[in-house]
Write a protein that binds this ligand. Sequence first.
Ligand SMILES: Cc1cc2nc3c(=O)[nH]c(=O)nc-3n(C[C@H](O)[C@H](O)[C@H](O)COP(=O)(O)O)c2cc1C
Length: 192
Amino acid sequence: MDTLEAIRTRRSVRKYLDRPVEPEKLQAVLEAVRMAPSWANMQCWRFVVVQDPQARARISELSHVEEYFAAGSYKTNPARKGLAQAPVVIVACADPERSGNVRDEHYYMTDIGIAAQTLMLAAHAVGLGSVFVGVFNERGLSELLGIPAGIRVVGLFPLGYPLDAGKAGPPRKALDEIVSYETWKGSGGPRG
Ligand SMILES: Cc1cc2nc3c(=O)[nH]c(=O)nc-3n(C[C@H](O)[C@H](O)[C@H](O)COP(=O)(O)O)c2cc1C
C-alpha cells in the first residue's frame, strides 16, 4: 500500500475481531512510531503497550468520563467497547518538559499527534486498525499503569484486526472550504 492510499483509506476502527496481533506486526507499528518527527527531535513520548485482558477492560471503563459524556451527544465513548475487544492497547504518554513550549503552547500534544497518525497509518498498512481515543480519565489511567507524576497521558490506541474493514468513514469538508491561496479567504474560521 503506498502512502497516499494508506492516508486515504485509513479509518477509525472501534470494533475488532477476536484475533491476536502477531508480535511482528506490533513491532512494525512501534518501529514506525519511533521514526515520527518531534520538537527538536526530543522524542518526548513513552508508549505503554497493554495486552493483559483485565487491564484492557479497566482502560475501557476509564474511557467513559461521566462529566464529558453527560453534556455531549454520545452517552459514552464510542471507542469504549473496542478498547476491551482489541488484543492490544497502546497508551501514548508524554513528558511536557521534553518538548517545545512557545507562545504558551505546549508542543508535546503536537508531537503525540504526529506519532498518533504514524501509528494509525502503520497499523493500517499491515492490515490492522486503531483509533485515537482522547477522552479518558487520566488520573485513573496513571494509577492503573504506574505512570509517574508530571507525565501526561495523551491518547489511547486500541490495536487489532478490524471487524468491518473497508467501512466508509465520516465525510470531509471540500478543499475549497479549508484551503485558500496567498491570503485568508472567507469571513469566519471553520465554525463560521
Ligand atoms: C485528538 C483526537 C481525539 C479523539 N478521541 C476520540 C475518542 O475519545 N473516542 C472515539 O471514539 N474517537 C475519537 N477520535 C476519532 C475521531 O472521532 C475520528 O478520527 C473522526 O471522526 C474521523 O473519522 P476517521 O478517523 O474514521 O476518518 C479522536 C480523534 C482525534 C484526532
